[in-house]
Write a protein that binds this ligand. Structure first.
Ligand SMILES: Nc1ncnc2c1ncn2[C@@H]1O[C@H](COP(=O)(O)OP(=O)(O)OP(=O)(O)O)[C@@H](O)[C@H]1O
Ligand SMILES: [Mg+2]
Length: 241
């Protein structure tokens, strides 16, 4: 089977091949080619690293299928039979497990209210785990969340413990290209602010209740401190344009 293009995102093309997704960061023509390659390489490498860390602490994220070992070593360009240079494009690609389900930005509004709130609470719980382990998502919107719907195939496949997936609906976080590690309260506050803004923009009919549900799930050692900071910074208008 040939890979099918399933999404053309702002940053990357997403291909699906069986149960495998390839995220291929495409060139941005407005950037200088050298800088463009650096940015794409850095984001790809960083996304792989942070996904692996998030997975290891039990956050619902897609599993990396073939960690690209070439990242750490600069690869010489390969040559084809006639001696032309073939650029090594692997460093712009990442292979991930396909998460079946709904992209939350597209479907949240159509769920019954009870399901909307329980989904946001689950999401808050996932973000709490990230933050408790100093991972900042940095692009936290409902576009980067998949509500995973278990398929009979996935729940029966128990041979590989890594392939274990939740048996009921669960929120999966994706798109860690801008993510980074930080222990700063301020950085975690920005994640929450981004989520709040996304709710106000795309899910405005119910934004208040949705964010309350998110906060209900966002419980960890420092959550109170982060939520208090959010109120202060928003009052100051620091994030307002
Ligand atoms: N592992 C996955 N399983 C299922 N779908 C995925 C997976 N990874 C990405 N997708 C789909 O592809 C879309 C784009 O992926 P991603 O957000 O990582 O790339 P992007 O270039 O930042 O896109 P965008 O600009 O839309 O945010 C996701 O919103 C989702 O619909
Ligand atoms: Mg995205």
């Amino acid at each position: 089977m040939k890979p099918i293009l399933i999404q053309q995102g702002a940053e990357a093309k997403i291909f699906l091949n069986k149960n495998e997704v390839t995220k291929d960061r495409t060139p941005k023509l407005y950037r200088h080619p050298k800088l463009d390659k650096q940015i794409r390489t850095r984001r790809t490498r960083s996304e792989a690293k942070i996904l692996a860390k998030a997975k290891s602490i039990g956050v619902n994220v897609p599993k990396i299928l073939k960690p690209n070992t070439k990242y750490s070593m600069p690869q010489p360009n390969q040559q084809n039979m006639r001696g032309y240079q073939i650029p090594n494009t692997d460093k712009f690609k990442i292979n991930l497990e396909f998460i079946p389900g709904d992209r939350l930005s597209q479907t949240l509004n159509s769920y019954p209210e009870k399901k909307q709130l329980s989904t946001m609470q689950k999401l808050g719980h996932q973000v709490a785990k990230l933050h408790a382990n100093s991972i900042i998502h940095a692009d936290l919107t409902t576009s980067n969340v998949i509500l995973y719907r278990p398929t009979s195939e996935a729940t029966h496949k128990r041979s590989d413990p890594q392939a274990k997936r939740p048996t009921s609906e669960a929120t999966y976080l994706i798109d860690f290209g801008l993510s980074y590690i930080s222990t700063k309260t301020e950085d975690k506050t920005v994640d929450l602010h981004l989520m709040k803004q996304a709710l106000e923009a795309k899910h405005f009919q119910n934004a208040k209740k949705l964010f309350i549900a998110f906060k209900k799930g966002y419980q960890w050692k420092d959550s109170k401190k982060i939520l208090e900071r959010l109120i202060i910074v928003e009052k100051r208008g620091r994030y307002k344009h």
